[in-house]
Design a protein around this ligand. Structure first.
Ligand SMILES: [Zn+2]
Length: 142
C-alpha cells in the first residue's frame, strides 16, 4: 500500500513517535491524541481489518505489543486506567484503512466519555437466543 500513512510509519518514511517495534507490530504516539499518552498499535504488514488477519504470528504480535504499551503507560505514571479501542470499516468509524488499536489513557473526572447504550430490543431473550444460534451455526460451518 504505497499511499498508506501507517505503512510509511512502519518503514520509517515519515517522522513519528515510535515507542515499540518488532517483526510483527509497531506502536507510536497518536499525533491527534484524545488524552495525553494516546498510543496506536498496528501490524507492520498492511491489513485493512482484523478479520482479514489470518497469520497467527501477526495476531500474537499485536496482542503482545498492546500489552507492552499498556504496561508502559502504567509504569510511566501517565495513567493507571486506559481504554483499548479498535474500529473496522466505515460504519465503525474506521478512519485510516490500516488496522490499528488505540490505547487511550483515562483519568478521573476527564471530559472524555464513551457511551455504549444498550439496545433494548436486542437485549430481549428472544433476540439474544436468535443471535446466539446464528453465530453458533456459522461457527460450526467454517
Ligand atoms: Zn498500511
Amino acid at each position: 500500500m504505497d499511499k498508506c500513512i501507517f505503512c510509511k510509519v512502519v518503514k520509517g518514511e515519515i517522522p513519528s513517535y515510535i515507542l515499540y517495534q518488532d517483526d510483527m507490530a509497531t506502536a507510536f504516539l497518536d499525533i491527534n491524541p484524545v488524552t495525553s499518552g494516546h498510543i496506536l498499535v498496528i501490524p507492520n504488514k498492511h491489513f485493512r481489518r482484523i478479520d482479514s488477519i489470518k497469520d497467527e504470528n501477526v495476531m500474537k504480535g499485536l496482542m503482545n505489543a498492546i500489552i507492552e504499551m499498556a504496561n508502559l503507560l502504567v509504569k510511566s505514571g501517565i495513567c493507571r486506567d486506559y481504554t483499548v479501542l479498535q474500529d473496522n470499516g466505515i460504519n465503525a468509524q474506521q478512519d485510516i484503512m490500516h488496522t490499528h488499536f488505540h490505547i487511550i489513557p483515562r483519568h478521573h473526572n476527564e471530559k472524555v466519555q464513551f457511551h455504549l447504550p444498550t439496545n433494548e430490543k436486542e437485549s430481549s431473550e428472544n433476540s439474544l437466543n436468535h443471535t446466539y444460534n446464528r453465530l453458533k451455526s456459522t461457527k460450526s460451518n467454517y
